[in-house]
Design a protein around this ligand. Structure first.
Ligand code: PMP
Length: 350
């Protein structure tokens, strides 16, 4: 620890991202990336942008991309906010949309970046326990709060909350902002973006990292009431006027325009998930119902940490969390049929 660190930095507990190993031969099922590459049209658009124009700043408002997203979801461009991955969008949301006088609520088993942002921005929070089936029960959120946030489907469980339950939550919490983090929604969920015009307290965040296979490009977005979006723009413009670079802007537009590729690859991931679930069940695993591009599974006779270590020795990386109540689960990203096969073979040998 340096003597030049301020007390603020000394107290920070940063988020630790999943491992990005260098070895290409590993079957990498630990950070929920898409096993299929991005649309060829995305690559084409990025290549076409690689010219002298890189000397110029990008559009600070990302108008073309906002319009492409607005057209896709049937909202106005003024209802769309852009960020460098949904992590950055969430950082601005935490910074500016949650009240500080009352606690922010989120599930006790959820995306581990939320408490990190609370620490960074000094936001008090309370976690709300998942029910016995590891689901979010919206009635448990009927308590004073300065905002609510949860992923849907939830991470790392993969469990989906139906839109009817989200409506109930919005109606019971009209005085605070409710954020639905839809990083994984395209693999089997229904987006709450259809509700933003009815509920001014709703903000939905999404990412191009998962269903559009662009984790490396860092593009995230939020859709909500124009006043919430304006608040986010104010914060962003006090921080960095250019959230997305030129390559990310054109690549993301192309990703939204190639609907066929998007649908085909999402369907392939879903089919691969269903196949993997049934194979794991045959091996004796209990698998939580997943609407995401990962599954959360435990084996009644194998310790999860040991399983993860044994898989790693055979070149397959999955994610294990030490957190109480879920420390006997493995979170496994859905790969291609070949990757699933490698996982299955590694497990069969144990
Ligand atoms: N929300 C959830 C629930 C996630 O799991 C992730 C991925 N780690 C993100 C947001 C952030 O994704 P990105 O910054 O790549 O958009």
């Amino acid at each position: 620890m340096s003597k030049f660190w301020s007390p603020f930095v000394k107290d920070l507990v940063p988020y630790v991202p999943g491992e990005q190993p260098k070895l290409a031969r590993l079957v990498k099922l630990n950070t929920n990336e898409n096993p299929y590459g991005p649309s060829p049209k995305v690559l084409e658009a990025i290549r076409a942008e690689l010219d002298d124009s890189l000397r110029l700043y990008p559009d600070p408002n990302g108008e073309r991309l906002k319009q492409a997203i607005a057209d896709y979801y049937g909202v106005q461009a003024g209802q769309v906010f852009l960020g460098n991955g949904s992590d950055e969008v969430l950082a601005h949301v935490f910074h500016g949309l949650f009240q500080h006088g009352r606690p922010l609520l989120f599930p006790d088993i959820s995306y581990s970046f939320y408490p990190v942002y609370c620490g960074l921005y000094g936001i008090p929070f309370e976690t709300v326990a998942l029910d016995a089936q590891f689901r979010i029960n919206v009635a448990d959120y009927d308590r004073p709060n300065g905002g609510i946030i949860f992923p849907n489907p939830n991470a790392p469980t993969g469990c989906l909350l139906p839109l009817a339950a989200i409506r109930r939550l919005l109606e019971a919490n009209t005085e605070s902002v409710v954020v639905v983090d839809e990083a994984y929604v395209d693999f089997g969920g229904e987006s709450a973006i259809s509700l933003v015009d009815q509920y001014p307290n709703l903000l939905v965040t999404q990412t191009l990292s998962k269903s559009r296979s662009l984790a490396g490009l860092r593009v995230g977005l939020a859709v909500g009431n124009a006043e919430l979006i304006e608040a986010l723009e104010r914060i962003k413009n006090s921080f960095n006027s250019y959230p997305l670079d030129r390559l990310a802007l054109v690549g993301a537009v192309a990703a939204f325009e190639d609907q066929d590729y998007f649908e085909q690859t999402c369907q392939a991931v879903i089919a691969s998930r269903e196949q993997l679930v049934s194979e794991l069940q045959d091996l004796g695993f209990e698998v939580l119902p997943s609407a995401a591009n990962f599954i959360f599974a435990r084996h009644p006779r194998h310790d999860a940490a040991q399983l993860a270590a044994a898989l790693r020795e055979q070149g397959v990386i999955v994610r294990h969390f030490k957190q109480e109540r879920i420390n006997q689960f493995l979170r496994i990203t859905i790969g291609t049929a070949e990757q699933n096969m490698a996982l299955q073979e590694a497990l069969t040998g144990l």
